[in-house]
Design a protein. Structure first.
Length: 117
């Protein structure tokens, strides 16, 4: 009765700029993590970009799963946040300053009312 084939067709984007080829969430998350790493003075450090992206992605995805309700997203993602703080703290001289900046960004994302995208 059914052919059993996959009928889903992926969209084709004919865009010249690489930022337009990413989904809006991924693009905004990349821009946001670059902003955080620049504020920390780490620039394009792979460790900073990876750890911040992983931790903030966890917080934002939990927010979506809870339909935007303010829940303990930070507690749920505490392992990712801990890894981020430890690994970024090893990359630079002043860990306390990094922790304060990261905590401010985490609170901002956790309590934001507008959509991230």
């Amino acid at each position: 009765m059914f052919s059993g084939g996959n009928r889903v067709q992926a969209p084709i984007f004919n865009a010249q700029e690489s930022s337009l080829r990413l989904r809006p969430y991924n693009n905004n998350l990349s821009v946001f993590t670059q902003k955080i790493c620049n504020d920390l003075g780490l620039g394009e450090s792979d460790v900073c970009l990876f750890e911040t992206r992983t931790a903030f992605d966890c917080v934002l995805r939990q927010k979506v799963q809870k339909n935007g309700a303010i829940t303990d997203n930070l507690g749920h993602c505490s392992s990712h946040i801990g890894h981020m703080k430890n690994n970024i703290g090893q990359a630079g001289p002043s860990r306390a300053d990094y922790d304060n900046v990261l905590d401010n960004y985490l609170d901002e994302v956790n309590y934001m009312r507008r959509s991230f995208v």
